[in-house]
Design a protein around this ligand. Structure first.
Ligand code: CA2
Length: 149
């Protein structure tokens, strides 16, 4: 059994309640439930946390060291700005899969830059809530390959 943290950043608590034309009708609770149920099929115990605060996200990454086997991270808008989150991931020694609901590369140019991507094992974007499912699968494959089953 692997412990996986699904970590969501700023404004993602609004999912399904505002701007459905951009981010769809799926709520964060639905995504969290999907991750818990899909994680079970992959032998993963999924816990989740959402914060609108950069420091709280950094604290969660620090706390994951030695506790979590992997992190699925949607850093929201901090993806494109946060050297501090990048540094936290670098020091955490926990594999991180970066996820986005939308295809950030098909959107405004400022969203093409990710400070998370260079320190993540990979990036999945553009598949809505399924991005999270794909990220859990990617972590399962990564951890199996690394022999930590
Ligand atoms: O596509 C993604 O998952 C993003 O991480 C979402 C972020 C955005 O800044 C990134 O560029 C891509 C924004 C999350 C805001 O979520 C809202 C949901 C409903 C209403 C308003 C904002």
């Amino acid at each position: 059994m692997h412990n996986i943290l699904v970590l969501n950043g700023p404004n993602l608590n609004l999912l399904g309640t505002r701007q459905p034309e951009v981010y769809g009708a799926t709520t964060l609770k639905m995504i969290e439930d999907l991750c818990i149920s899909h994680g079970k099929t992959q032998g993963q115990k999924v816990t989740h946390l959402q914060s609108n605060h950069e420091g709280a996200l950094i604290d969660a990454i620090h706390a994951a060291r030695g506790v979590q086997d992997g992190i699925v991270l949607n850093a929201g808008g901090y993806t494109h700005t946060s050297v501090a989150l990048m540094d936290a991931i670098s020091s955490a020694e926990v594999p991180v899969v970066e996820v986005h609901l939308s295809n950030i590369h098909a959107r405004e140019v400022f969203r093409h830059k990710s400070y998370i991507a260079p320190v993540a094992i990979g990036q999945i974007c553009g598949f809505g809530a399924q991005s999270y499912v794909l990220a859990l699968n990617a972590l399962a494959a990564h951890l199996a390959e690394r022999g930590t089953e």
